[in-house]
Design a protein around this ligand. Structure first.
Ligand SMILES: [Zn+2]
Length: 104
């Protein structure tokens, strides 16, 4: 699994819209049940973009090789878990990692 090295400060870290709802769950297995009504201080639709930026800034480290965009076509892949069971955007664990990276 990837790990967080520094606090996060990214451009993609934008304020959530008012009355933010998590993006619709697209199916697949998520290794933790999404907590209903959990409030995040960032925009949940930008999680994928955040991962990219955090990787560029070396805020996170991935021990695994990330698949190429063409390998991801039509499939769900979580770049945090290196898992084909769910997508990065629907990964509750990674949301918590971001949230923690902002507040600590
Ligand atoms: Zn995940």
């Amino acid at each position: 699994m990837a790990k967080l090295k520094h606090p996060i400060s990214c451009k993609a870290l934008t304020k959530p819209p008012k009355d933010q709802k998590p993006p619709p769950f697209t199916g697949g297995f998520v290794p933790n049940k999404p907590t209903q009504n959990k409030v995040y201080s960032f925009n949940l639709t930008k999680v994928d973009a955040l991962f990219d930026e955090m990787l560029l800034q070396k805020v996170i480290e991935t021990p695994h090789r990330l698949p190429k965009p063409e390998e991801l076509k039509g499939r769900q892949y979580c770049r945090w878990h290196n898992s084909w069971n769910h997508s990065t955007n629907s990964c509750v664990i990674f949301r918590d990692v971001i949230q923690e990276g902002i507040t600590t």
